[in-house]
Ligand binder design. Sequence first.
Ligand code: PAF
Length: 279
Amino acid sequence: MSVTVVETIAELRAALEGRTVALVPTMGALHDGHLALVNRAAELADTVVVSIFVNPLQFGPNEDLDKYPRTLADDLVKLDAAGVEFVFAPSVDEMYPTGPSQTRVTAGQVGTLFEGRSRPGHFDGMLTVVAKLLGIVRPASVLFGQKDAQQVFLVQRMVADLDVATSVEVVPTVREQNGLALSSRNRYLDEREKRAALALSTALEAAQSSGDRGIDAVLAAAQSVLMGENLVRLDYLSVVNPATFLPVDDDYRGRARVLIAARVGETRLIDNELIHLGG
Ligand code: PAF
């Protein structure tokens, strides 16, 4: 295996000295969606660093931190095959040597909506670790998947607000052939739940093809798909302005993003799609 695994900040900084780096931050349990980020990263810089760190700061007390899949050996095989040079896999103590960091990046109003409403503190924890990773690696580019649309919006805003010297690259959601968005949490789904989970992408397609008839038609089209699947419990369905990530008004026209979060059995899934609102 030629991928180098680095566990400490000091070693990583020394190894990256003088290099132009593209960083792919992950929590491991890698799938083809992550590999799409890695492939794009290799087009952007000579050195690709993938971080693998299950960040306790972004999990609530009743969430799946302990259960979150940790598959480092498998992940390394995939990253080695993809030609990645460095994997940064720090321990919790390496990242937070004095306990959970007292200084946090706060995500503001958008951070309290949608995922933030269901997962209070999640986005502050996520932004804080991303800020740390950017400080450690100092990458020319950092890559995120569009599937986590709110995360992408908040990271872009943090980088702009704090004048972080990196370019945020967003890579389209990778889907199974049947439309299911790839997610590390898909592995929690049994076969029946996997079929039911297709309701999310089908609802987004229905929303997309109703865009010309306006927001009410979009919501109704998506809702009717989601309600037709009894293993799916909707958490939220919303249409936001991509520029603000706030819900659009009834008279809004133009590009909009439809967001869905739902529980399929015990597993919480999210998905989103860009649509054009006319009408
Ligand atoms: O999307 C993720 O896997 C995580 O939120 C991230 C960006 C690696 C930060 O922990």
